[in-house]
Design a protein around this ligand. Structure first.
Ligand code: GLU
Length: 306
């Protein structure tokens, strides 16, 4: 069982590791963040909240946004068509921003690597990037049960100014006929969705919605079809931690999605969501202190999937 004391101990343990990682430096605005921050929050499917440390410090959602955009694209296009024509559901074993498989495969391997997420972003309905972003913002606010979530303008500008690798992926996808529509509009939306500010409490709630078969524990509103919540938890387990997904499944054993902002959202079916924040990243782009907190909790709670 998860208690306040256990959460406290997990944070203390996680703190031993923050000096070993570094904050993402390929996005200049992220490089400036204090890497020793660490926070954790758990939200149960009944709506109870436990939190410790820097759980209310805002950070950019980055790749965790790919959960929300995927749900929107499934709504707009239908799961069958999206996974058949646009993006696969298999892990790659390659880094999150890898370009290497695009030439040999017709569609990106999964929706959580950047190539897949940019493709998914192109499938979301909206006349332009602003309209798409407004839909995204409204939805992420519901998923996180926080109507104050907004764009971090300086991180967005920083990503947009330096995101040439993502630009390369998007233009390649356009040339292959996978990405439709205007590439720059699609990228603008993608950079914006990665740059919204959230807290560990917010992403714990997102994990709890997925754990609660798509229903918000606080408002009881059904936000995701149960079958889609299940499919997304499966994708989180196999692809959610990039090329560290296999190791994470062995050492932690929870479905999770990380972001280079330092967040990880975890979803334990029918039990809880957990959000961690620690901007010191390992070499794969996953929060180092965050993973250590989750390793600790998984061992003590004895509730890994395996
Ligand atoms: N905005 C980041 C990028 O596209 C997201 C990557 C991540 O969080 O892993 O590079």
């Amino acid at each position: 069982m998860l208690t306040q004391a256990l959460l406290h101990d997990s944070l203390k343990y996680g703190k031993c590791f923050t000096s070993l990682g570094k904050s993402a430096d390929y996005i200049p605005e992220l490089a400036r963040i204090n890497k020793h921050r660490l926070g954790v929050c758990a939200v149960s499917c009944q709506g109870e909240i436990l939190e410790e440390g820097d759980s209310r410090i805002p950070f950019t959602i980055q790749s965790i946004s790919k959960l929300a955009s995927l749900i929107l694209a499934i709504r707009d296009l239908g799961a069958e068509s999206l996974f058949q024509d646009k993006v696969g559901v298999e892990p790659t074993g390659d880094p999150f921003n890898s370009i290497i498989k695009l030439e040999t495969k017709t569609r990106p391997f999964n929706p959580f690597i950047n190539a897949g997420a940019i493709t998914v972003a192109s499938c979301i309905q909206g006349a332009n990037s602003n309209e798409k972003f407004q839909r995204f913002l409204e939805f992420i606010r519901k998923l996180c049960h926080n109507c104050d979530i907004t764009l971090n303008e300086s991180v967005y500008q920083s990503e947009k100014a330096t995101g040439d690798r993502n630009r390369a992926l998007a233009y390649y996808l356009k040339a292959s006929g996978i990405l439709e529509g205007d590439v720059e509009e699609c990228l603008d939306f993608y950079f914006k969705m990665c740059s919204v500010n959230v807290t560990a409490v917010d992403i714990a709630c997102l994990g709890a919605v997925l754990a609660n078969e798509g229903t918000c524990p606080f408002t009881k509103e059904k936000l995701i079809e149960p079958a889609n919540a299940k499919a997304i938890r499966a994708l989180m387990l196999t692809c959610g931690m990039y090329d560290g997904s296999g190791t994470f499944a062995m050492t932690v054993g929870f479905p999770a999605k990380s972001g280079v902002g330092g967040g990880i959202t975890v979803s334990i079916a029918k039990q809880m969501g957990i959000g961690v924040y620690g901007p010191a990243l390992d070499e794969r782009g996953n929060s180092l202190g965050g993973i250590k907190i989750l390793e600790y909790l998984s061992e003590k709670m004895e509730c890994t999937l395996f």
